[in-house]
Write a protein that binds this ligand. Structure first.
Ligand code: CS2
Ligand code: MG
Length: 405
């Protein structure tokens, strides 16, 4: 079997997604997600101009060799654009291999290690009360783990909070230039601890809570927050500090037992090796799309399993259902799986384009037994929603200093 052609599709059913389709001379094809939020066309060009020409004619069954060829062969290794391109090809090759074998990809990884995949959902509110009301709805839907993000009094906009937008797609999909958002750590500290105190008072100790700091604090600020939140027993505090400096987490770890999660902005095992082997974190959150695909995440999961670190793959609205499918196969197999972030299967347009049989019940996701990744991409439906440039916001402190969004 040989790779005959590779097509890249960009569609915008509310927000942009980059989808790769690898076609073989045997008529079997595979799908991959290459979406890098706010820089989608960089990946498209990288794939079309630099990656695809090297793959035509190769044997798609040689997944590992192709991964090594694309990773080491570029010389300029790592980075979000490069690794998203590799990831999409990798996911598609696993999809093909599963279809040829007549098996869902998880069977090729080692079979099921659990009945279903535990999810955590998002509760975002304009106030603490609104956030808790949204939490109540999710609990009634059966979720046992919920991420709480609440608007910060005194700030016009807060990360994760929808404001007047109806969903994440409306929030993320229409930013012709990067919107500027204000951040104030003091104002954040004035409300974040109260959020979790109120949540524990209202919901008791059974529900698991997570919180995403989104890299906005310095290590000692994160250490303070971790200590203040210890009494509320979070499942984890995510992106507690800037991810580039893995040493940040040595400082945080000395001061608090609140579990730490990081990884959505990492692109290779090298970005998180020290955190994992020094047990400075408890959950690694790398995403198949941003960290090199199934082949790469399998390696990171195995490495993490030696150091008591669980996987908690990133599952934001800017990762396509193809990435969710890849995560499902990894999550059902990974012995040290922790939890999967879940923001729903998307809006109605998304459901027209990406079709699958994954299901969610009582806060758990259940596998599709279809061969390969178990997801289909409707090119005709996708063509109804052409690419529309959109950016992530940038953040500034109240004095205008550019900060971490
Ligand atoms: C967030 C993401 O879900 C999360 O944990 O950090 O929504 C993140 O803001 C987006 O992926 C950025 O594109
Ligand atoms: Mg995050």
């Amino acid at each position: 079997m040989k790779i005959e052609a590779i097509k890249v599709f960009v569609c915008s059913p509310g927000r942009n997604f980059v989808t790769v389709k690898v076609m073989t001379d045997a008529g079997v094809y595979g799908l991959g997600d290459a979406t890098v939020n706010g820089r989608e066309m960089a990946v498209v060009t990288y794939l079309e101009e630099h990656v695809i020409p090297c793959l035509i004619g190769r044997d798609p069954s040689n997944i590992e060799d192709i991964w090594q060829y694309l990773y080491k062969g570029v010389y300029w290794r790592k980075g979000p654009i490069n690794m998203a391109a590799i990831a999409a090809i990798d996911m598609a090759l696993w999809d093909i291999k599963g279809k040829v074998a007549g098996l869902p990809v998880y069977q090729l990884l080692g079979g099921k290690s659990r009945k279903g995949v535990t999810l955590y959902a998002h509760a975002n509110g304009e106030s603490i009360a609104d956030t808790l009301d949204k939490t109540q709805v999710l609990i009634e839907q059966g979720f046992k783990a919920i991420r709480l993000q609440s608007a910060i009094p005194g700030l016009k906009v807060t990360y994760g909070v929808l404001g007047d937008k109806k969903d994440y797609y409306e929030l993320q999909g229409n930013r012709p230039l990067p919107p500027e958002e204000e951040w104030s750590t003091p104002k954040y500290f004035n409300s974040v601890v109260e959020l979790f105190r109120a949540a524990r008072e209202r919901f008791g100790d059974e529900i698991q809570f997570v919180h995403d700091v989104h890299s906005r604090l310095t290590p000692i600020e994160s250490a303070k927050l971790g200590k203040l939140l210890e009494e509320f027993n979070l499942l984890f505090l995510e992106d507690a500090s800037m991810a580039e400096n893995q040493d940040n987490f040595s400082i945080i770890r000395q001061h608090t037992t609140t579990p730490l999660a990081i990884g959505e902005t990492y692109n290779t095992i090298w970005d998180c090796k020290d955190l994992i082997q020094n047990q400075l974190i408890d959950y690694i959150r790398v995403a198949a799309t941003h960290a090199g695909g199934i082949t790469a995440l399998r390696r990171i999961a195995d490495f993490s399993s030696i150091y008591n670190v669980k996987t908690a793959p990133h599952g934001a609205p800017d990762l396509s259902p193809i990435c969710f499918a890849a995560h499902m196969h990894l999550n059902i197999w990974t012995p040290n799986f922790g939890i999967q972030e879940f923001v729903g299967f998307g809006n109605e347009q998304l459901k027209q384009i990406f079709k699958h049989e994954y299901s969610v019940k009582n806060g758990m996701a259940y596998m599709s037994e279809a061969p390969g990744l178990g997801i289909e991409f409707d090119e005709e439906a996708a063509s109804q929603y052409p690419y529309k440039r959109s950016y992530l916001p940038v953040s500034r402190l109240e004095d205008g200093t550019l900060w971490n969004w």
